[in-house]
Ligand binder design. Structure first.
Ligand code: PRX
Length: 567
């Protein structure tokens, strides 16, 4: 029997008090995600249970019990306090998927800090933008990434501490740098967790929009209520599960469901700190006896490309439930997974801003391959008219996905950008920025984004960041960045460039520009292709019409350009 039982009945009868009761939380109590994911589980008598199974890139493994999770996260919290950091300070985790990332995340929350995870492959510029905007006080990192931090530190006066978790003492540390070893530090006994309450800031995740720099979606400790409950109902997480979320905590899936979801439920989760390879993933499932697997369409399409034959070499009979997030999960991938694993990938839809799942497929509910499913219990969604923002009641009509504010994990602001935050709410709805339709049975069908953001392999890339990097190159007069179709990543980044007088388009120049921006951006944001053009299509007011370039790439009708000109 699944945790959710009959979806329709659960949806009708559910309210968030159910989750609060299970978590023994009453309005006004202190609520600290770090505490809930570690100390509380120990108090429930599960301290000896394995919390984390970690495997590194050469196959080395480490295991941590909930007792260790509790003690080590307190040790980190106490160390941060000793440095002078206090509640509300932003502490960035700029780490590979090492145990310190997961345990450090809880440590930052336990001391009342705001955890700011940043993808370790970020280049200098991506890193700088996010640390500067957040006024980050400390960054926890590794030897292999400290070079990128050192290059930008002079421009970041607020960044007072660079904490190195794997110092080998071979080279002297520099100003503001300090070594800290989680395993060797004197354990903090009796650490007093900071008494955060429902609305205390918890996590800051940067996400890209069409215009301006990436924005920090600011979450609060109360988000736990949604993350705990959706892990139960959607991921169907149960006491004896071995849960694997493949996402990096640099992105929201990797924190909401790669840290908080399983641990707040007192369930074992595993982490594979190695790049994607079908064989290694299957071997990991086989060896760790993974039961629940939460992944993404790009990974599933890559597994599909390698074929069923590869999957058949492994014993993955431990698996019992599969979920996917981040991009449209095409019907073929759903059908293929059923044929290959004997289990169907359940699509889930949500965003950095929503903090938790919104529209999903549930165990036991009929799946329509290609549909994102139905709203999560406790969440009210609809599609609204593109212009009036009135809910559309007729099936099959495309509108904007909207959600009624009030679910616990909803973001509370964009850091330093209340104005843009406020602009996301229209007619009493939070507007997600995606287009979809709802069929006669209430199933949601994704159509596409309502802005110019590129979704490549599940990662949102804002054109502005790449265009700005391109414009810094001496030969580039103008640029426009759009997504073009790709069989595995759904979209990849393509840059159109108009050159300054005196520069000639050539393969050499293409390479030179690529190398120039590579140092500034994350590998995920790198254009796969540059096309040199004489000029870029523009509106009458001079704004570049990215959508026209995009439509050409996708072989779509460009349509009425007068509306494009108004954008
Ligand atoms: O466009 C939607 C797409 O990813 C966006 C959110 O991206 P991000 O904030 O990085 O969070 C990703 C993980 C929660 C959405 O606005 N997206 C997410 N899930 C789906 C999806 N598109 C189609 N189907 C999905 N299941």
């Amino acid at each position: 029997m699944s945790n959710i039982g009959n979806y329709d009945e659960r949806y009708k009868s559910f309210n968030w008090d159910v989750a609060k009761k299970e978590l023994e939380y009453k309005d006004g109590d202190t609520i600290n995600i770090g505490e809930y994911c570690s100390d509380r589980i120990c108090r429930l008598g599960k301290g000896e249970k394995t919390a984390l199974i970690w495997q590194g890139n050469v196959g080395q493994t480490k295991k941590y019990s909930f007792n260790e999770l509790s003690s080590l996260s307190s040790t980190i919290a106490s160390f941060l306090n000793e440095l002078g950091l206090k509640n509300g300070d932003r502490v960035s985790l700029f780490l590979d998927k090492v145990p310190e990332l997961y345990i450090g995340f809880l440590g930052v929350l336990k001391m009342g800090g705001v955890a700011q995870p940043l993808f370790s492959a970020f280049g200098g510029e991506s890193l700088h933008t996010r640390l500067e905007d957040a006024g980050t006080s400390a960054i926890i990192t590794q030897k292999k990434h400290i070079g990128k931090v050192r290059k930008i530190i002079n421009d970041l006066p607020e960044l007072k501490h660079i904490i190195l978790i794997d110092d080998d003492k071979k080279k002297p540390l520099r100003e503001r740098e300090i070594a800290f070893s989680m395993e060797e530090a004197t354990p903090a006994t009796d650490y007093k967790v900071y008494k955060t309450t429902a609305e205390s800031p918890s996590v800051l995740h940067y996400t890209s929009g069409t215009t301006g720099k990436p924005k920090g979606a600011q979450h609060v400790h109360y988000s736990l209520i949604s993350q705990y409950m959706t892990s139960k109902y959607v991921l169907d997480i149960k006491e004896d599960d071995i849960y694997w979320c493949t996402a990096d905590p640099g992105w929201v899936t990797g924190t909401s469901y790669g840290i908080i979801g399983a641990w707040s439920n007192g369930v074992t989760q595993c982490v594979l700190d190695a790049g994607f390879k079908s064989e290694s993933w299957y071997k990991f499932i086989e060896e760790q006896k993974v039961t629940i697997w939460y992944s993404a369409p790009t990974a599933i399409r890559s597994l599909m490309k390698d074929g069923k034959e590869v999957a058949d070499k492994f014993n993955m009979s431990s698996l019992r439930h599969l979920c996917s997030v981040g991009e449209p999960l095409n019907a073929e991938a759903v059908i293929w997974s059923t044929e290959t694993y004997g289990l169907t990938f359940h699509d889930t839809y949500w965003q950095t801003e929503t903090g938790s799942m919104m529209i999903c497929n549930y165990p036991g509910m009929k799946i329509k391959p290609g549909s994102m499913g139905k709203p999560v219990p406790g969440v009210e969604t609809c599609v609204v008219d593109l212009k009036t923002y009135e809910p559309i009641t007729k099936p099959g009509i495309v509108g904007l996905i909207a959600a009624k504010p009030g679910w616990p994990a909803m973001f509370r602001s964009y850091w330093n950008n209340k104005e843009v935050y406020d602009s996301k709410f229209k007619n009493g709805w939070y507007i997600c920025g995606d287009r979809a339709s709802i069929d006669e049975d209430g199933y949601y069908w994704f159509v596409g984004r309502d802005d110019d953001v590129i979704n490549t392999g599940g990662h949102l890339v804002g054109p502005f960041e790449i265009e700005s990097a391109l414009l810094e190159h001496e030969a580039v007069a103008e640029s426009a960045v759009v997504g073009k179709p790709d069989p595995v990543n759904m979209e990849v980044v393509k840059a159109f460039i108009a050159l300054k007088p005196g520069f000639e388009a050539s393969d050499m120049l293409d390479l030179n520009i690529m190398n120039f921006i590579r140092k500034k951006l994350s590998p995920l944001a790198m254009p796969q292709e540059i096309e040199f053009v004489d000029s870029l299509p523009k509106t009458r007011s001079g704004k570049i019409m990215r959508r026209m370039l995009r439509a050409k790439e996708w072989g779509e009708e460009i349509g009425d350009t007068s509306t494009l000109e108004d954008d």
